[in-house]
Ligand binder design. Structure first.
Ligand code: ADP
Ligand code: MG
Length: 253
C-alpha cells in the first residue's frame, strides 16, 4: 500500500460543541502522529477540557469526526474509545478517596468482565512501580499529596494499556519537586512509544516536554506548530496576556 493512503494515527475533524448559547469549541481539527507528544494550551475557558472530553468520547460533539487509525470513533461511548486505546486523565483527579492506591487501579480495571483480579493486580503493581508510587500501595488515596494524586490518575489511564493518552492539566497544583518527576514519567512513557497530548497552563513545563503545541482561544484553534515558534507568535501572546507583544517582548497595546 502506498504510504499516502495510510490514515493518520489520530485525526479529529471539524469538532464543535455548544452548551446552550455558549460556543465552547468551534470547528476543531487536529491530527496526531503515532509516537508524538503534543501540547494543547490556551487561557482558562478556551475549550481545552471540552476538547479532551470530545477526543476521549466523554462528550458527543455537535458535529465533526474522530478517527483512530482510520476507524471512526465518534458516536461511540467513552468505553469504546478506551477499549481501542484512547485514555485520559481528569483535571481534578477522580479517585476513590477511601480506597487504597492499589484498589484505585484494580477496581476500574475489573469493570471489564473479561479482566481477572490477578492480572489487574499484577498490572497495577507494575504501574505503581513505574510511577514510583509503590511504597504507597496500601495507603488511602486521600492521604496522597496533590501531585501524587495526579500521578495516580495517570496510573489509572495506564491500566488500560492505551495507545494515546490525553492528560488534562497534569502539572496544575503540583509541587515543583514532583513536577519534575511527572515530566520525567511523561517523557519515559513517550520514549516507550505512547502517543501523548498534554493540556496545561504551565508553559515552561509544556515547553520542556513537547516539540509541537496547539493553542486555543475562545473555542478556536489559533495556532499549531513547533512549540518554540508558537509560543513566540504575537497572536498567542495576545491570547494569553491580552497585550500584543513582538518577539522582543515590546508591547504594542
Ligand atoms: P478550559 O478547559 O480551556 O478552561 P472548558 O472546555 O472547560 O475550557 O470550557 C470552555 C467553555 O465552555 C467555557 O466558557 C465554559 O464555561 C463552558 N463549559 C464547559 N463545560 C460546560 C458545561 N458542561 N456546561 C456549560 N458550559 C460549559
Ligand atoms: Mg480545563
Amino acid at each position: 500500500m502506498p504510504t499516502d493512503t495510510v490514515p493518520p494515527f489520530f485525526a479529529a475533524h471539524g469538532l464543535s460543541k455548544h452548551f446552550g448559547g455558549i460556543r465552547a469549541v468551534a470547528d476543531l481539527s487536529l491530527e496526531i502522529d503515532q509516537g508524538e507528544i503534543i501540547g494543547l494550551i490556551g487561557p482558562n475557558g478556551s475549550g481545552k477540557t471540552t476538547s479532551i472530553n470530545m477526543l476521549a468520547g466523554a462528550l458527543h460533539p455537535d458535529s465533526g469526526s474522530i478517527r483512530l487509525a482510520g476507524m471512526a470513533l465518534n458516536g461511540q461511548p467513552a468505553h469504546f474509545f478506551a477499549r481501542h486505546g484512547v485514555a485520559r486523565t481528569f483535571q481534578v483527579p477522580r479517585l476513590f478517596r477511601r480506597m487504597s492506591v492499589l484498589e484505585n487501579l484494580v477496581v476500574p480495571a475489573l469493570s471489564n468482565p473479561r479482566a481477572s483480579r490477578a492480572h489487574a493486580e499484577r498490572k497495577a503493581r507494575e504501574v505503581l512501580e513505574f510511577l514510583r508510587l509503590d511504597r504507597l500501595t496500601h495507603e488511602y488515596a486521600r492521604a496522597l499529596s496533590g501531585g501524587q494524586q495526579k500521578l495516580l490518575e495517570v496510573g489509572r489511564a495506564l491500566m488500560l494499556e492505551p495507545r494515546l493518552i490525553l492528560l488534562d492539566e497534569p502539572f496544575a497544583g503540583v509541587h515543583p519537586r514532583l513536577l519534575e518527576q511527572i515530566i520525567d514519567h511523561i517523557k519515559a512513557l513517550n520514549r516507550q512509544g505512547l502517543t501523548i497530548m498534554i493540556v496545561d497552563h504551565n508553559l515552561d513545563a509544556i515547553r520542556s516536554v513537547v516539540r509541537r503545541t496547539a493553542v486555543m482561544a475562545r473555542g478556536v484553534k489559533i495556532a499549531d506548530g513547533a512549540a518554540d515558534d508558537v509560543l513566540r507568535d504575537p497572536d498567542v501572546v495576545h491570547a494569553y496576556t491580552g497585550s500584543r507583544k513582538d518577539r522582543e517582548g515590546r508591547a504594542h497595546g
